[in-house]
Write a protein that binds this ligand. Structure first.
Ligand code: ASP
Length: 337
């Protein structure tokens, strides 16, 4: 202000007011921006969105909490996203908080690309799997997809299973211990989807068009739950197509990984291209955010956080604060006392 005051202040105000007015009107040719929010570790999503934005000439605004947002000063999430919406054209969100992408869409009305919300959903990852099936001429309404891995806590499994069931296909959750799957298996009927999800114990007896494998999601476990045994090469080799979202954990033997490695890496490329196509479609308005979110089940969000349901209680309650209460990573909403 001191250097401005060396000029005639009324002249400065007059000239800048004109500039601001013309900037408000003439926004043609201004680059499109993507506000990227990441509050959990990420390689493929972070880098594929960065690469896609560079390909599409979109600029990234680093809006992650670690970039020093005023959330640290107590600004609510809702206020934060309403403010960010004035700088950006689209949000790309990777978060520990279940249903945060839907809330951002409700708060701002801007398109939101969900890059994974806690244990809930991973729509872009699931879309790349549905696209892989389409590219291999697997008719989605007749497809049978076997899934092996962590059914309870994997958002990619949940989204792939709900995606296949939404298209009328059949999902078989291969759960050797038979303890985790029923919760997910009941979702197609709860959500009125045309397909089905069932459970099988023995992978050697399962017939399917595709096997989808996913690692145990240890970062979301609060118990000593046992991992499913690593798949052997002869178990994966029975399937024409085997996909894995990566990163891998203990769910594949070394030989089985060698067997699927090329397919898994090709799927990394496909997933990046899917995100690029999604970003372009959401930015142009060809795809509305609500369409992209159709795999979101209606999760209860008005229950108080309880130690049994919430595995990240201590890590999140301080930072993910809404105006009216606290949103926990498990999607539990605790109103202000
Ligand atoms: N990369 C996927 C995800 O973000 C799968 C995983 O982490 O296992 O959910």
């Amino acid at each position: 202000m001191i250097s401005i005051l060396r000029h005639d202040l009324s002249d400065v105000v007059y000239r800048l007011a004109d500039d601001v007015a013309s900037l408000e009107v003439h926004r043609d040719g201004v680059s499109k921006h993507v506000a990227l929010w990441i509050d959990e570790p990420s390689t493929r999503n972070r880098v594929s969105v960065a690469r896609a934005c560079s390909d599409l000439n979109f600029k990234i605004l680093d809006s992650s909490p670690s970039s020093g947002l005023s959330i640290a000063k107590g600004e609510s999430l809702q206020d934060t996203f309403m403010v960010l919406s004035r700088y950006t054209d689209l949000f790309a969100i990777r978060t520990r908080v279940v249903s945060l992408p839907l809330r951002i869409y409700a708060w701002t009305g801007l398109p939101v690309l969900n890059l994974g919300d806690g244990w809930n959903e991973h729509p872009s990852q699931a879309l790349s799997t549905l696209i892989a099936m389409h590219q291999s001429d697997i008719a989605s309404d007749k497809a049978t997809v076997a899934i092996y891995g962590d059914f309870d806590r994997s958002r990619t499994v949940r989204s792939v299973a709900l995606g296949v069931a939404s298209l009328g296909g059949t999902v078989i959750l291969v759960d050797p211990a038979f303890v985790n799957a029923p919760r997910l298996a009941s979702l197609p009927s709860e959500l009125g989807l045309p397909g089905s999800i069932s459970v099988a114990a023995d992978i050697s007896k399962v017939e399917a068009d595709m096997l989808y494998v996913c690692r145990p999601q240890r970062e979301r476990w609060n118990s000593s739950q046992a991992s499913p045994p690593p798949l052997r090469v002869q178990e994966v080799a029975r399937f024409k197509m085997v996909l894995h979202p990566l990163p891998r954990g203990e769910e594949l033997s070394t030989d089985a990984w060698e067997f699927i490695r090329e397919q898994a890496l090709n799927h990394v490329t496909r997933s990046y291209l899917t995100r690029r196509a999604l970003l372009a479609a959401l930015m142009s308005g060809a795809l509305a955010s609500s369409d992209e979110e159709r795999y979101q089940p209606n999760l209860p969000t008005n229950a108080r956080c309880s130690a049994d349901d919430c595995t990240f209680r201590d890590g999140c309650l301080a930072t993910l604060r809404l105006a009216s209460g606290t949103l926990c990573c498990s999607g539990c909403f605790a109103p202000c006392a």
